[in-house]
Write a protein that binds this ligand. Structure first.
Ligand code: AMP
Ligand code: GLY
Length: 439
């Protein structure tokens, strides 16, 4: 049986969940995570390498005889990780499998303008839009005037998840449009996508594809972006997730498959884009219809923390097949239970917060999983906070409420100064499901 020496790139809760899953594979050879965090070292060895430092990543590939590289986050992919590693491996006559698209495919996330045009070319349902630059700002004003409030303005390029503004007042929208074009998000907002606002419930669907028409759909999830309960306050990297969300029922998922997944994969192939890796569809369900809000070229965080625990199949051979361009799997075995991830964050996040705060308590509870996100070890070897989103407690349950309750209980036994988490993860979905039940 061939074993795969594997290098996973990234350091967040998403990578911790992927590492947890992959480390259980009987096909796993040596396993490394670069750079990893204080919780991933029980799954694989941490390497102090930045995923965007392609020289260092390739040096690790050679040193550890890596067969498979799995990209956790988008930055290296948008910057050309696949091309860089493939070129070096070819020169050396080394076989190297990579999960993650080339820069051409990664433009689905790296440029919202590209993504919107792509959806237009392939009949994929999405909000009406216009892309403007400094030279076409008057057209932007006219387009804004044709829309109803609120107004959605998006920086074209990567802006660390902060480049989307939703504005109620048209005068304010015109003003913000100019500020964005003047460099509010640096070069990322040299182009701005103006979009019609879609009202509905969001959910995230993940597809793993091999670039040759083969794909598997992972369990859908919903994340909670706002810092405050009841979806209030500032946007964050994600405060929790539910897998599966009742909005993504079978009828909805079959529309997603037909109108979004197949059209996206056919579109990529027709445009000559050899996409081997994850595609994350950020969807909104308006009535019963799916619309694409965004593409990402990786798994979601914190969705992955509730998605991975529900995958019963061995994921490693599926990743290998996708990277080889020969996906034989067409579906995964899924645990029937619901999983709920609740993220504990540092006081003040997403604004100013401290780092280096000691974490104590039960980090390996019996009833739940704890995935580290922003953690590190201090000079004494103790686990401390190293980011705003610190760790996620994930639990299985017979219902959303049951799984969420178990995750809250797990977090009650974990302590750090200023620790905060939302206690309403999944509550909107419970209400949605009750509405469906009554209807
Ligand atoms: P994005 O970075 O494109 O995912 O946008 C961030 C968030 O803004 C999304 O998760 C949605 O909550 C919201 N959003 C983006 N586009 C729209 C839209 N056209 N209509 C309504 N909400 C949107
Ligand atoms: N949870 C949203 C994202 O990963 O972009």
């Amino acid at each position: 049986m061939k074993r795969y020496n594997t290098l996973l790139l990234g350091s967040g809760g998403r990578e911790a969940a992927i590492a947890w899953k992959l480390s259980q594979s009987p096909l796993m050879g040596k396993f490394f995570i670069a750079p990893g965090n204080a919780g991933t070292d029980i799954f694989g060895a941490s390497l102090a390498i930045k995923p965007t430092d392609f020289e260092a990543v390739y040096a690790a590939v050679c040193e550890h005889d890596i067969d498979l590289v799995v990209a956790g986050n988008e930055d290296p992919l948008v910057q050309g990780l696949r091309e860089a590693l493939t070129a070096k491996a070819q020169t050396d006559g080394r076989e190297l499998l990579i999960v993650g698209p080339g820069a051409d495919g990664a433009a689905l996330e790296g440029s919202k303008d590209f993504a919107k045009d792509f959806m237009g070319r392939h009949g994929i349902p999405t909000a009406r839009h216009l892309t403007v630059t400094k030279d076409t700002v008057a057209e932007g004003d006219a387009f804004l005037a044709s829309l109803k409030a609120p107004y959605v303005l998006k920086a074209d390029g990567l802006a660390a998840g902060k480049g989307v503004l939703i504005i109620d007042d048209i005068e304010q929208a015109r003003h913000s449009l100019r500020e964005m074009l003047a460099g509010q998000f640096g070069s990322a907002s040299a182009k701005v996508v103006i979009e019609e606002f879609l009202s509905g419930i969001e959910c995230s669907v993940f597809v793993l594809t091999d670039g040759n028409g083969g794909y598997v759909v992972l369990p859908p999830a919903k994340d909670y972006k706002r810092v405050g309960e009841g979806d209030t306050g500032l946007n964050t990297g994600g405060m929790g997730s539910v897998c599966p969300p009742p909005v993504a029922d079978d009828a909805f998922m079959s529309k997603v498959d037909e109108r979004v997944i197949r059209r996206t994969l056919d579109g990529l192939r027709n445009e000559g884009i050899d996409y081997r890796g994850f595609i994350f569809l950020g969807l909104i369900r308006c009535g019963d219809e799916p619309f694409v809000i965004e593409y990402n070229v990786r798994m979601g965080d914190p969705e992955t923390e509730s998605v991975m625990p529900r995958i019963a199949s061995d994921l490693l051979p599926v990743l290998v097949e996708a990277a080889e361009g020969k996906l034989r799997h067409t579906a995964l075995d899924i645990d029937p239970r619901t999983a709920v991830a609740v993220m504990a964050v540092s006081g003040g996040y997403p604004e100013e917060y401290r780092k280096g705060i000691e974490i104590s308590g039960t980090l390996a509870p019996e009833e739940s999983l704890v995935f580290h996100a922003g953690t590190a070890r201090n000079a004494q070897g103790n686990i401390v906070t190293a980011g705003g989103r610190v760790l996620a407690a994930v639990s299985y349950g017979d219902s959303i409420a049951d799984a969420a309750e178990k995750s809250y209980r797990a977090l009650e036994d974990i302590h750090f100064d200023g620790m905060y988490y939302r206690r309403d993860i999944g509550r909107d979905l419970i209400a949605f499901a009750e509405g469906l039940h009554k209807a």
